[in-house]
Design a protein around this ligand. Sequence first.
Ligand code: IMP
Ligand code: MG
Length: 180
Amino acid sequence: MEIHPDIERVLVTPEQIQARVSELAQQIDHDYAAVDRLYIVGILKGAFIFLADLTRQLRIPHVVDFMALSSYGRTTTSGAVRILMDLREPVEGQHVLVVEDIVDTGHTLDYLLHILNNRKPASLRTCVLVRKERQNNGVKVDYLGFEIPDVWVVGYGLDYADRFRTLPYVAELKRQVYSK
Ligand code: IMP
Ligand code: MG
């Protein structure tokens, strides 16, 4: 596999990702076996690749929608959060599964869950590709792909300043790329 020159090291290979995505899909199929319509909410932009792979492995009936969130201020991690694009449907009474790329401090997901809970879904769970091993305010992650070290990661949807999203692996970015 060819590795991008700005990459320090690969943390999760494409093969490991695909294997884990299959396991997560099976778990979700199992847990929602009795639900006739799972409302899957992908968080743009970072979740688009994970969401596409995950949903194509699901056997339960589901629909896909998107939200786009943005953090104020810093280029990398979160300040305040705002909604750039909202869901197309009211989620009241629906079974909602949020699909997110990463939990770092947990601030973004925590805020989002707060908003969605106020809309009174029948149930609300989260599926996250990677979570950093650090303080992430105990935000509820029901389905987790991988725990990763507290470094800046890119690939498989994750970016740095909108770059590197389409790399097929999750990798640590070289420090000089994001500290200059
Ligand atoms: P939070 O700190 O959990 O609120 O994460 C805020 C947002 O920062 C995430 O949704 C990502 O968009 C972004 N983020 C945090 N850490 C990384 C990273 O290592 N790579 C790419 N994006 C990240
Ligand atoms: Mg994100």
